[in-house]
Design a protein around this ligand. Structure first.
Ligand SMILES: Cc1cc2nc3c(=O)[nH]c(=O)nc-3n(C[C@H](O)[C@H](O)[C@H](O)COP(=O)(O)O)c2cc1C
Length: 389
């Protein structure tokens, strides 16, 4: 075996139910490590060639078939090989000080093959789960003194307010008119107030920033908004990047088949009908440049939540309906938009358009309501057939 070898760096060794598991979070693989496997992993903590002399600790040197197996399993990598190159990119963007965020991001990045739980199955699955493990309470009831608050006073207090109407009018809608076009002014107004810059501080320095109608941790605005304009007056169907400062839509990809978009959105059919789909994508470098800690990744997710809620309220004000979704096949979304899948991270999507009222009266079709995908993928780890010492 030629070339230098080392253990894959985007992986962890985790004790799980009494066995040591090699967790390759880039490829979502779990492998049970035998004591010999562990010994070999220890030998390749640094780059070395298969035939390099053994440390004088009495350990048996690696055999060619063992190395081959570890390479095939992705436990070892070859210097300059495809695994090494993609790991170097991950490490460059998600360095060691962001280790926990890195593991979380890549362990939860969904592939093309990701299965999404359908509404029909979800109900049955949850009923079964409830037998094994009762659903946690809906809310707490602490024992301390309680004040009963005036229920209904908010409407009196706020009076005839469009904010209250938008708050009360917002709900998730999953059936959209599949022919009605959104006027360009409605679309651009929603975008302007939803994600456009409200105030720009541009001194051409490292602390340039802009503000939006939603708060953003450190005003770093790590979340970008992409739009799929399916039916917007005067705008050719396709994918666009919304530039919040220049207030422009830059085309990034041509129109896609509705079915393709549904698949990318976790098989949720309404994404193929709504006039608009928004995609919230984090450029994590923007956040991590300032905050070099894994906890900053929580801030990125919270920023997305703030933006999505603002868009949900604006949709109501514009006479439209919306639903936000985190069920995405990241790999498909990335390739559709030309995102690099490393530091440009799809966080969630929103379907936006006019509600199909006829469907509202019908029984809520179980349809496909994407869940968050299968459980963490901790299936029984495959065993590496390396003999124990
Ligand atoms: C972060 C987040 C992710 C969601 N993901 C999905 C989803 O993938 N598919 C879906 O149909 N609804 C999704 N929803 C919508 C929720 O199901 C919905 O908000 C919830 O049922 C409450 O209903 P309401 O929005 O009408 O108040 C999501 C909501 C949030 C906040």
């Amino acid at each position: 075996m030629t070339g230098e070898l080392m253990v894959a760096e985007c992986a962890a060794i985790v004790p799980l139910s009494g066995v040591l598991v090699w967790y390759d979070y880039l490829n979502h693989r779990h492998l049970r490590l035998s004591s010999r496997g562990l010994e070999l992993v220890g030998m390749f903590q640094h780059w070395r060639r298969a035939g390099d002399p053994q440390p004088a600790d009495g350990a048996r040197g690696p055999r060619a078939d063992e190395l081959q197996q570890l390479l095939e399993a992705g436990v070892l990598k070859v210097r300059g090989g495809p695994r090494d190159l993609s790991e170097q990119r991950v490490i460059a963007d998600w360095g060691e000080d962001l280790l926990a965020a890195r593991i979380f991001q890549f362990a939860t990045r969904t592939s093309k093959a990701q299965q999404f739980v359908q509404a029909d199955d979800a109900a049955e699955m949850l009923a079964e789960r409830n037998l094994e493990q009762q659903r946690p309470r809906l809310c707490r009831q602490p024992n301390g003194q309680a004040y009963r608050l005036a229920c209904g006073s908010a409407l009196e207090f706020f009076g005839d307010s469009s904010l209250v109407s938008a708050l009360l009018g917002r709900r998730s809608v999953r059936s959209f008119e599949s022919a009605r076009t959104v006027p360009q002014l409605a679309f651009s107004s929603v975008l302007q107030l939803g994600a456009g810059a409200r105030e720009v501080q541009q001194a051409g320095r490292f602390d340039d920033s802009f503000k939006r109608t939603s708060a953003s941790g450190g005003a770093l605005q790590p979340v970008d908004v992409y739009c799929y304009a399916r039916r917007v007056e005067g705008i050719e169907a396709g994918w666009y990047y919304f530039d919040p400062v220049r207030f422009e839509l830059a085309r990034v990809a041509a129109a896609a088949a509705d079915a393709e978009i549904c698949i990318a959105a976790g098989d949720q059919r309404f994404f193929g009908a709504a006039a608009i789909m928004l995609l919230f994508v984090a450029e994590v470098r923007r956040e991590f440049w300032k905050y070099r800690s894994s906890r900053a990744y929580r801030v990125v997710q919270a920023d997305f939540g703030h933006l999505a809620q603002t868009f949900g309220l604006l949709a109501v004000e514009a006479g439209m309906a919306s639903v936000v979704s985190c069920a995405l096949r990241d790999e498909l979304v990335e390739s559709m938009l030309g995102l690099d899948g490393m530091h440009e991270v799809p966080l969630g999507a929103m379907a936006l358009g006019y509600e199909d009222d006829s469907a509202r009266l019908a029984v809520r079709q179980p349809g496909l309501v994407g869940g968050l995908g299968a459980a963490d993928g901790v299936e029984q780890p495959a065993e590496l057939a390396l003999e124990a010492c």
